[in-house]
Design a protein around this ligand. Sequence first.
Ligand SMILES: [Zn+2]
Ligand SMILES: [Zn+2]
Length: 253
Amino acid sequence: MPFTSPIAPTSCSGYCQRCRTHHVLPQGSSGGPALALQVELEKKGRLDLQAAAHQANPLYRLDYLFGPARGQMFGVMEFRAPDNSRGVMRAFSGQYNGRWQVEGWAPPLFAEEVWQQTNQVKERQIKELSRTIAQLKADIPHRQELIKARRSLSQGLMQELHAIYRLTNFRGETKSLPEVFASQGGIPTGTGDCCAPKLLNYAARHALTPLGISEFYLGRPNPSRTRQHGHFYSSCPGKCQPILGFLLCGLEQ
Ligand SMILES: [Zn+2]
Ligand SMILES: [Zn+2]
């Protein structure tokens, strides 16, 4: 599928509780490297760009994005290194085909072993409950109780997972997701898994100065069609903006 996207000007931004203002990182000149990445991905047809063709992992094939799982967001950050050289880092949103880490891409905001340990036990309990619920007739009162129990298990698991995220900003501060999240209401599922948080966190931890970030969508459109193949988007309001104020804090504007 050809990439024919115009680069609409986008930015990543969020409200900083400490400075009581919005911090903004414009796209800068990251649109060019973002288009170059789209072309490279299309040409190779896979995410493990550094692997030789015969060593490529089938899990990382690009056609995954056009299947039942649908597409996802990708991000490119241009940065200046401490030696004044410029470079580019890339990220995919969430997991790619069940994997958090692919070589050459920004890692998630938590230690993967901790995520696996946290997830394992409760996820098994939730699945067992689901099996039991599926076997019970709809009119059995006990069934409602089990559904409630499953809901509170899921919510508990989500809170535990949010607590293992570690966000580092350009002041050198590191905080967890619940400490940082600057919005009323609960933390949405998937917060901290978008490309901009992964890229900014990576930059702050490696003493890199971000010069611009571009985020774009690749693959089959999402059900509501608010995400289209090859299009560029600003940081999302629900999940990213409540944490980007913290993550951008300390970066020279
Ligand atoms: Zn986002
Ligand atoms: Zn600030």
